[in-house]
Design a protein around this ligand. Structure first.
Ligand code: MF3
Ligand code: CO
Ligand code: CO
Length: 355
């Protein structure tokens, strides 16, 4: 899952913040304002009004730090208020430059192949996800399967990560590190895999139920899958990222669940993590417009309790602060002329439990 989002980012990742009187920013004031979605919305609204409907810019999480604390904060905000798109040809440089890439048909074919291998990897795991297996054993199966399929795990060596998958059990939100931990009856487990095949990243994750799982947990898993699919339903040209986010948030919150803010989906393709940020909460009609050729993941993380997460000392494992159960599903998709294609659907019909 996701890109780790900068806490200062707005729901759509534009590190803009309202150009308030009294720039430079006071950190506390900034935090207070950015902590309230009302203010996000107000900022978005005034900015889009200022630009006659042009979309706002997105910066990648981990990109250069926010230089907003300047005398000309408003100008900085304005400069960032336009989304950049770039049509990608096969000889174009594949840099992470903040622009949203619009890919061609060859890319969609590459993504279908990588996505299929990713989905087959998860299909392969179904009989192995049982009480007593260790997450390290599952990770070995994943690596061997990908290599046999002509791919390498994109996570291996990625930013210092040394495993072939992320395996997140119960209250682990994402980026659980495979190891000695044994699966137990009643666990719910997310397994997230990304083979890199012929230069394309197929990124997908699903929940698995271990043995007998209580109804409360199964309900969370079902609703999380519904959130993903409702988001995908909104993924078509002319809609915005806010439409996708809103569909997810609305469904999750109708069940009184919390939608994780600190991680998001992302552009994918030649690069593992690219622009735009695909957030899972937001307002209809906000955020970048979806255009044919965009390729990205949607990967909502939904908690039975509050949305808040904390990072463990290993620097990777994210858990719910209130230790409530968390679930996630992820697909890689591409926007077409009249909707979208899912690259990571299960060939075996194992898109969601029970398997
Ligand atoms: N597969 C994750 C995602 O959905 C990313 C994992 S990066 C890792 O974006 F380094 F933690 F493996
Ligand atoms: Co992802
Ligand atoms: Co993933």
């Amino acid at each position: 899952m996701g890109l780790h989002r900068d806490r200062r980012a707005t729901p759509h990742g534009a590190k803009i913040g309202p150009p308030l009187r009294g720039c430079p920013w006071k950190a506390a004031e900034r935090r207070r304002l950015l902590a309230r979605s009302f203010h996000y919305a107000a900022a978005q609204h005034s900015l889009s009004a200022a630009f006659h409907g042009q979309s706002r810019s997105l910066l990648l999480a981990g990109a250069d730090p926010l230089p907003i604390a300047s005398q000309n904060g408003a100008v900085t905000a304005i400069c960032r208020a336009m989304t950049e798109y770039m049509t990608v040809t096969s000889d174009a440089p594949m840099a992470r430059n903040g622009a949203i890439k619009l890919y061609g048909r060859d890319a969609f074919e590459g993504m279908h192949k990588a996505g299929r291998l990713a989905a087959e990897t998860l299909d392969m795991l179904v009989p192995h996800v049982v009480p007593g297996v260790t997450t390290g054993e599952l990770d070995d199966l994943i690596r061997n399967f990908m290599v046999a399929g002509g791919a390498v795990p994109a996570t291996l060596g990625y930013r210092g990560y040394t495993h072939s998958s992320c395996i997140s059990i119960n209250h682990v939100v994402c980026h659980g590190i495979p190891g000695e931990r044994t699966l137990k009856d009643g666990d719910i487990v997310n397994i997230d895999v990304t083979p890199l095949l012929d230069g394309w990243h197929g990124d997908t994750s699903r929940m698995f139920l271990v043995g007998d799982v209580p109804i409360k947990a199964r309900r969370l898993v079902d609703v999380t899958y519904e959130c993903l699919m409702l988001g995908i339903e909104q993924a078509r040209p002319g809609n915005t990222m806010g439409d996708v986010a809103h569909a997810i948030q609305r469904h999750a919150e109708a069940h009184r669940y919390g939608v994780v803010r600190d991680f998001c989906g992302h552009g994918v393709g030649r690069l593992f993590h690219d622009a735009p940020e695909v957030v899972h909460v937001g307002r209809p009609g906000t955020g970048p417009e979806l255009k044919p050729g965009m390729i990205f993941t949607i990967e909502p993380m939904i908690n039975i309790g509050k949305p808040d997460v904390k990072l463990l000392d290993d620097g990777w494992t994210a858990v719910t602060r209130d230790r409530s159960l968390s679930a996630q599903f992820e697909h890689s998709i591409g926007i077409t002329e009249d909707g979208c294609e899912i690259f990571t659907g299960s060939p075996g019909g194992f898109d969601k439990p029970p398997y």
